[in-house]
Design a protein around this ligand. Structure first.
Ligand code: ZN
Length: 278
């Protein structure tokens, strides 16, 4: 099965959803950098979550950036899904971390979601405290507090695959009582990693929601993509200022900037610096 995002809507109750399955993309991300197992699993969950949440955006030209920050052994977790469904993620953490709930790995944490096109000066951002033990729980809490949207998210990640399912109560359609939503959540929460991995999406929906009429849209391909470039690093160095950059070159012979997402290094020596500042 390819790496795909599938969106679906329930025809007769006010619920919509999405599902994501990644294997090649996830294996590629795992090959870029190594993290402690607990952080790796959270990264897998976070890129799936970024794709699931991106599917709920009103504008298809928006990028979605998910950021969690806190104090503790895991300081930063970032996942991005671009408007063309390019995914990347990164984390900052201690070298060794034991398994623990998310709100213990990140104490006094915050969860932020930024939505907007890359060139937009004003982006929309919501921030809520991070006080849930799981990533899925933290994002459900974010959607409820920041967006007033009832959402259920199920996430899986292991060494081979990362996958997930999202259900959301549609606010514009109020032709349902809480019972339909609760029933959909109850059924959707039973989904397993194997079902997401092995079953065709249409078959999975029939199995999860046998009583409902669910319309499934064509899958859209997801892939790994890092938007870093030498040009962007030049922009960053320019804003840092000539004095600062020349000082580093004087001390270390060159400036080296490494992309936190893909690990690519960009090097600048004295001649590059002269060209940069003309
Ligand atoms: Zn990069």
């Amino acid at each position: 099965m390819r790496d795909l995002l599938h969106v679906f809507i329930f025809e007769h109750i006010a619920v919509r959803g999405a599902m994501v399955h990644l294997d090649e993309t996830w294996r590629h991300i795992r090959s870029l950098r190594s993290y402690p197992p607990v952080v790796e699993r959270l990264l897998g969950e976070s890129i799936v979550a970024a794709a699931l949440l991106a599917s709920t955006l009103k504008s298809e030209s928006s990028n979605l950036l998910l950021q969690m920050q806190g104090e503790g052994p895991l300081r930063l977790l970032v996942a991005e899904c671009t408007s063309d469904l390019g995914l990347r993620c990164t984390a900052r953490c201690d070298e060794e971390i034991g398994a623990a709930p998310l709100n213990e790995l990140m104490r006094n944490g915050r969860c932020a979601i930024t939505v907007g096109t890359i060139d937009e000066a004003r982006r929309y951002q919501g921030v809520v405290p991070l006080d849930r033990p799981t990533l899925a729980g933290a994002l459900e809490d974010y959607m409820a507090r920041s967006e007033q949207l009832e959402t259920r998210i199920v996430l899986f990640a292991d060494g081979d695959a990362a996958s997930g399912l999202l259900l959301q109560r549609v606010p514009e359609r109020i032709d349902t009582d809480g019972d339909d939503w609760n029933r959909a959540v109850h059924m959707g929460s039973t989904v397993s990693a194997d079902e997401l991995r092995l079953l065709a999406p249409a078959m999975l929906l029939r199995r999860l929601f046998p009583e409902d009429d669910v319309r499934l849209f064509d899958g859209r391909p997801l892939r790994y993509r890092c938007s870093c470039s030498r040009e962007r690093v030049c922009g960053m160095l320019t804003s840092l200022g000539r004095t600062e950059v020349e000082q580093v070159i004087a001390e270390q012979g060159r400036v080296e900037v490494t992309c936190e997402f893909c690990g690519r290094s960009y090097r600048f020596d004295a001649a590059d610096c002269d060209r940069l500042f003309g």
